[in-house]
Design a protein around this ligand. Structure first.
Ligand SMILES: *Cc1c(COP(=O)(O)O)cnc(C)c1O
Length: 469
């Protein structure tokens, strides 16, 4: 299986590459995102056989369909087993019932207490596997709205063949989120507090990737959700959750708290692979570029507002390009044109056919700050569950949505542990989330990070210095 850029045919083409190369490079050299040339499909029998399997085995089965034979199955299963042994729950991503028909899929039992660990723990091991064989050392740079950085630092700290630089927006992430990155104390980790928003951090990352000289000099790699391995790893819990709720014999709806559209797109992938997903409700906070696009047909960048759910304070959702590509029937010329124009104008008017194709899977809903807080409070009062503000956004949207068929279970992805956002949770509910073992001790450890302006040249100079140190 080969991977192609979503912009193939729209200029000097990026060549089709194998799985590991797509993983190590992150973004394609033409600025597009890698997608597999064809989507693997599972039969209903294959999906039914996931019932009762350990999570890591389902993960190895799904991932194995994307590797094009580049990793022997045993090695892949071992990586998955190791990756998910870092999770503190025996089911890895357990499903919990809240009310009749309404379920949480808890994705936060990994080392940094957010769902980013699910993909990142695997990604760190995939890098080790690929780089050790080539005796190569790469510089992984990640832009984070809070949780990716902590998960990436946890996944890459101390690894022999990679160093990690995390860029985060100054003052726009929670203290716990920051401490997961800045207290690693490992010499292959650098953290930069950027005087700007997450979108600024992401734009700087794109500039780095667009600069061939820099890219080669530091052997740059990216683990943001532009990285296809993350999408594939995230498709896994759609399968395990849906099977736990009765798939493939009945279909399941999902509600997904959305920022960069990686998690929601992984649901699209699972559905494309044959999982009976009735629909995916894309829930945003007031940074609603994605939910507005599904409602109005206009994908238009706005100004980033700071909210209680900071991991979703994003106005350019990178993975939307993958959905667009699929929705214009894999027309790379059209996708390249649309997204190059978007970089200039900040707007794409979705072709009507593409919009209806998207609406076959997705509906959008945006949730206000008040409703997010009320959602945390009512969830606690009605079910006894304390949920984090990101999960609360999706729960608010799910409660508001009327399902076409009331017997279809609604599974809400719970993306962070409430203890990662204690201020917002306490303000909304008056309750204090219990701190799990992973986060205890963070407050006492010394922090190490640098502070730089939102300036690509300054940050590239910093990365060069870190690499040659
Ligand atoms: C990253 C993140 C999200 C958004 O996920 P995307 O894949 O960027 O859409 C939601 N909730 C939490 C807690 C996150 O860390």
């Amino acid at each position: 299986m080969k991977y192609v850029s979503t912009r193939t045919g729209s200029g000097p083409d990026a060549p089709a590459v194998g799985f590991l190369e797509a993983v190590l490079s992150g973004l394609a050299p033409d600025g597009g995102l890698y997608v597999p040339q064809t989507w693997p499909e599972l039969t209903a029998e294959e999906i039914a056989a996931f019932a009762g399997q350990p999570y890591h085995r389902v993960a190895a089965d799904i991932l194995g369909r994307f590797t094009g034979g580049e990793i022997p199955y045993d090695a892949l299963e071992e990586m998955c087993e190791e990756a998910y042994s870092t999770f503190t729950h025996a089911a890895t991503c357990p499903v919990k019932q809240l009310t009749p028909g309404l379920f949480l899929v808890e994705l936060f039992h990994g080392p940094s207490l957010a769902f980013k660990d699910v993909a990142m723990q695997l990604l760190g091991r995939l890098y080790d596997y690929a780089l050790a064989r080539h005796g190569r050392t790469m510089t992984v740079v990640c832009a984070t709205s809070g949780d990716t950085g902590g998960a990436a630092v946890e996944a890459f700290r101390g690894r022999a063949n990679a160093r990690i630089v995390a860029l985060f927006p100054e003052g726009r992430i929670s203290e716990v989120q920051r401490r997961f990155m800045t207290t690693a104390g490992e010499s292959n980790v650098a953290c930069v507090s950027v005087d700007g928003t997450f979108d600024d951090c992401q734009a700087i990352l794109k500039t780095m990737f667009g600069d061939d000289q820099f890219r080669n000099a530091v052997d740059l790699s990216g683990v943001n959700s532009i990285n296809f391995a993350r999408i594939a790893a995230q498709a896994v819990y759609y399968f395990t959750a849906a099977v736990a709720l009765g798939a493939p014999h009945r279909s399941v709806a999902f509600a997904v708290p959305t920022g960069n559209f990686g998690d929601a797109f992984a649901g699209w992938v699972a559905r494309r692979m044959g999982l009976p997903i009735a629909g995916i409700l894309v829930a945003t906070n007031s940074n609603d570029i994605v939910s507005r696009a599904f409602e109005t047909g206009r994908y238009a960048r706005g100004v980033v507002a700071a909210t209680q759910s900071p991991a979703m304070d994003i106005q350019v959702a990178s993975n939307f390009e993958r959905l667009y590509y699929e929705s214009v029937r894999r027309d790379g010329v059209e996708t390249g044109r649309a997204f190059r124009a978007f970089a200039e104008t900040g707007v794409i008017d979705l072709p009507p056919q593409a919009l209806s194709a998207m609406r076959e899977t997705f509906t959008g809903a945006s949730v206000t700050e008040d409703d997010t807080a009320r959602s945390m409070l009512s969830t606690l009062n009605e079910t006894g569950e304390l949920v984090d503000p990101h999960t609360a956004v999706a729960l608010a949207a799910a409660r508001r949505a009327s399902l076409p068929d009331p017997t279809t279970p609604m599974a809400v992805l719970s993306t962070a542990h409430p203890a990662k956002f204690p201020e917002a949770v306490s303000a909304a509910t008056g309750a204090t989330p219990e701190i799990p073992a992973a986060a205890r001790g963070l407050a006492a450890r010394p922090e190490r990070y640098d502070h730089l302006p939102a300036d690509a040249d300054a940050i590239m100079a910093y990365v060069r210095a870190f690499v040659t140190r």
